[in-house]
Design a protein around this ligand. Structure first.
Ligand code: SF4
Length: 549
């Protein structure tokens, strides 16, 4: 029976608060907010060093285990052998393994060979050799025990790396173009801005309790490789009317269950203002961001309600204290692919060599091998990309052929098939507690099958494989996006499979892939399905037409 409306109250219904701090809602409205209020996530570091690493897994306070440890890039991994059908019905503790995934943040994707070797050693000594390059330029290790964490931190911090705020409701890794400072066509080098943001904001308790995660990018890459359209805040290289290089600011992009393309604030940000504007945007998110419901707690929902004019106004008046001039939109991205794979000239006469591990999966020994190849050929710099790929910089012209040959011999293709080059996969059921299906091995099989079946296919085609309805591998912006779920096969059995999204894209005409009603494939049928789609497209396309167009 419904409750009758109180007389006189009908037109004065109180709006339900969204938990915005700036409007006076300081009482936590859900469990996550309560945990954050009880103790700052950054405080868990000392407990890991003093208590948990000594007392072992069972000594970890549950609120730290499933909450605050993320502030240092630590997530419990999924207990092996629990199938995807159980994901939604088991309690979190039933899914928890006693081992952790550890995310190492690599801001701007920049690594020296020394840093790469330190990660490789940590992988081999503490992570059973695991190492995945993520689509946010991080490296993720698995099988890490809490006892090892202080030593891992010691080694990482000794070489200027960290896991601080690699996960959690924090400002996470700052994406940057892997070619920053070397690219021939670069609009502006964002390296200094990435470093300044890191110095000023990462690990600062003024910004360590955000409503949810906060993803960012700073880049002057003409190919727009840092996918600025789908970051919470992104700075994109532009040149203003006076011929001055600077940045265009985008706010409120993100995928997951309510995908949105970021909105341009319409401002011109000088290089020395980027950190300020970043601080203002993250401050607005902290203060005005929605904290009542986790699924509405990303900045995109605030931007969607406010619109870019109001957002800019609040930013200027309440956070910066000055007005930003209007600025131009970025030029359309150049080149169909944003991954920097292949051999290309740098502005100093050397070359960079981008290569494709399969779906980002490498291991400790492979990372050592990459470091050795780079060193033998006179380079000291490698980069990770936002497409789960890697790049070696600074190769002299007479060394290029040898680098390419050695990488190819290590199964790290410099001239990969479209399928190897443009297929990405998230972590999936092997380690992720939210996963419903396996992803990395499924995607690897798919790559091999398609390489064998369609050896002449050369067009750009992105295939993104996700293990659940979240969008860690960006399914909505792929030509073929595969969202993991259980499906019924022809024998009537429930098996691992995928809902198919078609025709998503970023760049000149961004748009989200269409979920084709009823279009699903089992994991087993996947190679047949993708082969059919690709073959039909190749037969029917007009000259110059791409898959998304
Ligand atoms: Fe896990 Fe889902 Fe993200 Fe894949 S998309 S890593 S399964 S949460």
């Amino acid at each position: 029976m419904s409750t009758p409306a109180r007389p006189g109250n009908r037109h004065h219904k109180r709006p339900r608060g969204e938990g915005q701090w700036a409007l006076g809602y300081r009482e936590p409205l859900n469990k996550n907010e309560e945990n954050k209020k009880n103790d700052d996530g950054l405080n868990v570091r000392q407990r890991i060093i003093d208590i948990y690493s000594k007392g072992g897994f069972d000594s970890i306070d549950p609120a730290d285990l499933r909450g605050r440890m993320r502030w240092y890039g630590l997530y419990t991994q999924r207990k092996p052998g629990i199938d995807g059908g159980k994901t939604a019905i088991l309690e979190p503790e039933e899914l928890d393994d006693r081992y952790f995934m550890l995310r190492i943040r690599i801001d701007g994707g920049q690594l020296s060979l020394h840093q790469l070797r330190v990660i490789a050693d940590i992988s081999n000594e503490f992570g059973r050799g695991t190492a995945d390059i993520t689509d946010r330029q991080n490296v993720q290790l698995h099988w890490v025990e809490v006892e090892s964490v202080p030593e891992i931190w010691r080694r990482l911090e000794e070489v200027g790396l960290s896991t601080t705020e690699a996960c959690g409701d924090t400002p996470r890794v700052i994406l940057g173009c892997p070619l920053a400072g070397v690219d021939v066509d670069e609009v502006i080098d964002g390296t200094a801005q990435v470093a300044e943001i890191y110095e000023k904001f990462i690990g600062d308790k003024a910004f360590s309790n955000l409503p949810r995660k906060f993803k960012s990018a700073v880049s002057g890459c003409p190919a727009h490789c840092t996918v600025h359209e789908i970051n919470d805040v992104a700075f994109v290289g532009v040149v203003n009317e006076a011929g001055e290089p600077g940045f265009d600011a985008w706010v409120g992009g993100g995928l997951s269950t309510n995908p949105m393309i970021g909105k341009r604030l319409g401002v011109f940000v000088r290089p020395d203002q980027v950190a300020d504007v970043y601080g203002g945007v993250v401050g607005i998110f902290r203060d005005y961001g929605y904290r009542r419901l986790r699924h509405r707690a990303r900045i995109k929902f605030l931007m969607n309600d406010w619109g870019p004019e109001r957002f800019r106004d609040v930013l200027q008046k309440e956070y910066l204290g000055y007005e930003l001039p209007d600025g131009p939109a970025p030029e359309q991205p150049r080149g169909g692919r944003r991954d920097h794979v292949g051999v290309h000239p740098q502005r100093d006469g050397n070359f960079y060599v981008g290569f494709a591990p399969k779906v980002g999966r490498v291991d400790g020994d492979t990372l050592h091998r990459i470091a050795d190849i780079a060193e033998r050929h006179g380079s000291d710099r490698v980069r990770t990309t936002v497409e789960q790929k890697m790049v070696i910089l600074d190769i002299a012209p007479d060394q290029v052929d040898s680098v390419v040959a050695e990488l190819e011999a290590a199964d790290l293709h410099v001239n990969p098939s479209t399928f190897r080059r443009q297929t990405m996969a998230c972590t999936g059921i092997e380690y992720c507690k939210l996963a419903i299906v396996e992803t990395k091995a499924t995607a690897t099989t798919l790559i091999h099958e398609l390489e064998n079946r369609l050896p002449d296919f050369k067009d750009p085609l992105t295939i993104n494989v996700n293990g659940c309805p979240n969008s860690c591998a960006r399914i909505q912006v792929a030509d073929i996006g595969l969202k993991g779920q259980l499906v019924v096969n022809e024998r009537g059995e429930q098996v691992e499979g995928f809902q198919i999204h078609l025709g998503g894209s970023l760049g000149a005409t961004p748009g989200f892939g269409r979920k084709v009603r009823g279009l699903k494939a089992t994991a087993e049928e996947l190679p047949d399905y993708v082969e059919r789609v690709v073959t039909n497209f190749s037969k029917q396309k007009n000259d110059g037409e791409t898959f998304a167009a």
